[in-house]
Write a protein that binds this ligand. Sequence first.
Ligand code: FES
Length: 282
Amino acid sequence: MTEARSEVSLGMPQLPAPAYPAEVRARLEADAKEVIARYPGSRSALLPLLHLVQSEEGYVSRTGMAFCAEQLGLTTAEVTAVATFYTMYRRRPSGDYQVGVCTNTLCAVMGGDAIFDRLKEHLGVGNDETTEDGKVTLEHIECNAACDFAPVVMVNWEFFDNQTPESATRLVDDLIAGRTVEPTRGAPLCTYKETARILAGFPDERPGAVAASGGAGPASLIGLKLAKGEAGPQARVVGPRGEAPRDEPQKGAEHLSSHDAPQQTSASDPDNPAGPAAEEGE
Ligand code: FES
């Protein structure tokens, strides 16, 4: 793994941040001007500008923070306070692909912890560490509001749903080998720097990328379908109290991901069937 070194040493006097090369600075200044013009107050542009400098170096360096401060008339302390608060800003050089394994409660119990442990062993890195080849940074991530597809892995903030240790291992192997990897939903995958530029507010100009963004996935729509009297794919219908839950036919249950995301995770543990919790005394 690569040596992790924080760019900020709290309490230590620091030399001024090195400047960007002239060509880089000119390009970033033009981009920053465009971003700042979108807001009535320039300081509102700080979050997208941090993504912009992240798109240049793959992380928010001291040089990037000094650039943001200068463009927005802020102090570097103000910029640092924001950049260190949000976990989407990386503080050290990292891989082309940030592989985040959700280990919040639901994903953890559905297999997220097992996936993280397998990837740690397979890649030979720990949390927030990068493989020697600079391809993959592994990290724990918090809930990404995709609990209905647990356990979830995200690569550069694109979803890979219903993962297993095996499918996640294939996923990182393919990323490292440079093979095409398709997220379960959303736009096609791009590198971390390219993702950062899109998050800075510049359009994703890859052909078909916007159209591929799609809408809610089947697991998110099950409640709506049931309310309308339609059976959702993979719906586990919870019957009245005392009745066993039953699985609806798996309509439209084709694989959505290129990485063997089994869609039956929520119904795949016969020892723990879903159903209404029994109340005391029943
Ligand atoms: S707990 Fe993992 S997406 Fe919500």
